[in-house]
Design a protein around this ligand. Sequence first.
Ligand code: PHE
Length: 338
Amino acid sequence: MTSAALESFLAELERLRDAAAASLAAAVDAAAVEQARIEFVGARSGRLKAVQKMLGGIAAADKPEAGKRFNDVKAAIAELFAAAQDRTAAAADAPGAVIDVTLPGVTVPLGHLHPVTQTIRRVQEIMAGLGFESVDGPEVEDPWHNFEALAISPEHPARDPLDNFYLAVARAADPLLLRSQTSTVQIRVMESRRPPLRIVSLGRVYRPDTADATHYPMFHQVEGLLVEPGTTMAHLKSVLRLFASSFLRGDVRVRFRPSFFPFTEPSVEVDMEWGGRWVEMGGAGMVDPAVLEAVGYDPAAVSGFAFGLGVERIAARRHGVDDIRDFYRNDVRFLRQF
Ligand code: PHE
């Protein structure tokens, strides 16, 4: 026969457990759960604490039973709390759970293309207008496409390991390198197609240069190639002038200075006049007959011209940027201006 004290203690425990369960079931957020926690299991004046004090008034014989039931209820309430905490946390994370659809939306700012990408697209557009198809080539190249087919002999200083990024994974007999010029694409296209050809290729090239206002170890070139019967330097100059006038927006004059490239003959440096100043933009020339032969064309039947310009250089000219490193600093205050 249980004593009256034990009886009322157990009834009180029961009530407490039911009240805690009801209160937690009604809690919709973390704040409500916390309020219930203070009410029921608060260290100082929680209701569980008050019931625990009733244990003192229970006969020694009933103590083990009362203690056990107390611990059971205490554990049950702890479990209810954990469940309520999980539930309210999940609800806070759940999409749509606490979204006030009457609030104004958050604008997601849209970025824009990088100025170098914008320049590449613009050049492709202008050259397309002149009938030049845009093509791509690989950035990891073999010596045939980067040098040999372009008549750059094994002794040529341009092949020096100090002037190129040779890949460590390649075997010495069959080295690979990051292309140092987009002229590689001239060879790749001529090897796979027959004239007439009008192509333009824009992409990254790599040279171990120390970065300064006009150099960067990775930069972009635009390569142009036209191979048709009867092509002359006059066609080359006209195309470059039409391109420059379109891109720089004005009647831009183009100047040729005698130069040398192993794969063009004659070869020239290309300068463009901009704001009363002549600026070197790249190199050009008539495709050397030895190159036409290397790709299986007949130099007696076709001739061609090729040019290579620095994309960062023409972009810098166009926008008045005086340090090409700015294109790669990723400072949004600079990039936002384009
Ligand atoms: N490939 C040359 C360079 O990178 C430029 C060039 C291209 C010159 C085409 C002539 C013809 O310097």
